[in-house]
Design a protein around this ligand. Sequence first.
Ligand SMILES: Nc1ncnc2c1ncn2[C@@H]1O[C@H](COP(=O)(O)OP(=O)(O)OP(=O)(O)O)[C@@H](O)[C@H]1O
Ligand SMILES: [Mg+2]
Length: 258
Amino acid sequence: MLVAGIDVGSLTAEVVLIKDGNVIHYVIMPTGSNSRKAAERALDSALQAMNLKQSDLDYVVATGYGRISIDIADKRITEITCHGRGALYFNPRVRTVIDIGGQDSKVIRINDGGNVFDFAMNDKCAAGTGRFLEVMAQALEVGIEDLAELSEKATDTVTISSMCTVFAESEVVSLIAQGLPREQIARGLHQSIAERTVGLIRRVGLEELVMITGGVAKNTALVKALNEKLGTTIIVPEEPQIAGALGAALLAQEELSA
Ligand SMILES: Nc1ncnc2c1ncn2[C@@H]1O[C@H](COP(=O)(O)OP(=O)(O)OP(=O)(O)O)[C@@H](O)[C@H]1O
Ligand SMILES: [Mg+2]
């Protein structure tokens, strides 16, 4: 039995393959400008790596913002359900999931039965998301992977007052021009995103254990800022960016067995 989960997000597309109950492979690729092509590319790459072809697939579940355009999918399921399911696979005791991707940030609450019972999402705006961090990394002239390290060097924090990505970018540019240390600005940016995320968490409440998924979970400075503000230790799974696709693949497996 071979199933695939495909998550096409605003920035990246992931595919997870499950064969006879075991995760056998996954890929993460940029989405680019065409969701449909991104899904096909990621799926073919995952299948090829395992010497498999599309006709070997028994069931495919698609999720993510680009799920509508994925023709090969047998079923489409929301990111909320898929991220919840993926997080539970990483740790069945997780009750709160924070997913921060390129353009969305959401908090998902899971009950003891493993079902989503509430969630909160950011409004249609890049503030508090991965895209925000990418714009700021560019302004600070560091790669997105190095933003956390820069921030962790700071001994003090510069408060960033603008929430909006566009205004925050000008603010950062002007702070750099004023000669403020880049590491302090980076730290201020992480504090700002953490605060926004805590606001989102307050809307649905927090129950332990807490897990973070999505690409931004790879940002150690943000996870640290969140831990400090929440007074907890958020679990970062082995590969947080595949949680949605993993959940989709697990749900595909369940659909087949049902
Ligand atoms: N190695 C890394 N270090 C720090 N941040 C990272 C790293 N890799 C990815 N990111 C962050 O993850 C973000 C992308 O996350 P993800 O792949 O979950 O988005 P997405 O699913 O395409 O978006 P969405 O779910 O909002 O549609 C990037 O904007 C970047 O901020
Ligand atoms: Mg996503």
